[in-house]
Design a protein around this ligand. Structure first.
Ligand code: ACM
Length: 269
């Protein structure tokens, strides 16, 4: 199975320009099974007003960016996970969508909003779904979700073998250090597709990553260049959860000792 990321710079408020860039970058993607694109691909990230966030959003049903991805997945016989500024009724979600050769499959809505995202988006209300696409089972997280180990673990417990992670990272290098560790802890593949470029005061940090279930980095992009990088993977490695012949990383947990993790306690210092 061939999986990869598209690292590039989605254009703020110019979905047509972004689609043109994706089309150009997809031209080298023959034979790729699963490609991950950055966060908020249809809109850009650093909105200056709620109106701008609203005007650049789209509904899953009938949305032009979704229709574009559907046509590309069909013509390339591939799956794509992309960040989407999603409109649902009168609210917005910072979402990731999964599209396949036969069209739209499913959505994850970002649970952990970063900085000013709280001014535009509602926190996700659709849980942590996983999707069986035949060749593998995959889950999705979005950018700042990276710092919450709970969500990675839940996706692994639900059977995710690949976690797709559209991102617009701005903190210097922290997520890129954590991603291989999440992959190792859960013995899954992770594809983090980070964007590049700047929007006003924000510079996005690139260095998109593919990590394997041993925590090894299979691919790491540059900090500032457009890149599509693809690697051949062996999904059986993500199905083997044994760290030693007697230690299964999921079944050896002691959840009876972890009750605090599900309490909504505010931690003071
Ligand atoms: C982020 O969550 N976009 C940093």
């Amino acid at each position: 199975m061939k999986i990869g990321f598209m690292q590039f710079s989605p254009l703020l408020g110019d979905a047509l320009g972004t689609m043109k860039a994706i089309k150009r970058l997809l031209s080298g993607c023959a034979g790729v099974d699963l490609l991950v694109l950055p966060e908020l691909c249809n809109s850009g990230y650093n909105f200056t007003s709620y109106e701008q966030a609203w005007d650049t959003s789209e509904a899953i049903e009938g949305g032009p960016f979704i229709a574009f991805l559907e046509s590309k997945c069909s013509s390339h016989n591939m799956h794509i996970v992309s960040g989407l500024n999603e409109r649902d009724g009168d609210v917005l979600y910072n979402s990731a969508v999964l599209i396949g050769p036969n069209g739209y499959i499913g959505t994850y809505r970002k649970l952990h909003l970063f900085l000013n995202e709280r001014d535009f988006f509602q926190p996700g209300n659709a849980g942590l779904p996983v999707f069986d696409i035949g060749s593998c089972t995959l889950g999705m997280l979005v950018c700042f979700d990276w710092i919450f180990p709970e969500v990675w673990r839940i996706l692994a417990l639900k059977g995710a073998e690949i976690i797709c992670h559209p991102s617009n990272l701005v903190l210097p290098g922290f997520a890129q250090r954590a991603i291989p560790i999440h992959a190792l802890f859960n013995r899954v593949y992770v594809v983090t597709a980070n964007r590049i470029g700047t929007e006003e005061e924000l510079t996005f940090t690139g260095v998109s990553i593919i990590a394997d279930p041993r925590g090894d980095i299979l691919a790491q992009a540059s900090r500032a260049k457009e890149e599509v990088v693809v690697r051949e993977i062996h999904i059986a490695l993500a199905r083997d959860k044994m760290m030693t012949p007697r230690n299964h990383v999921l079944n050896d947990r002691r959840p009876q000792e972890y009750a605090l993790l599900t309490e909504n306690a505010i931690v003071k210092r």
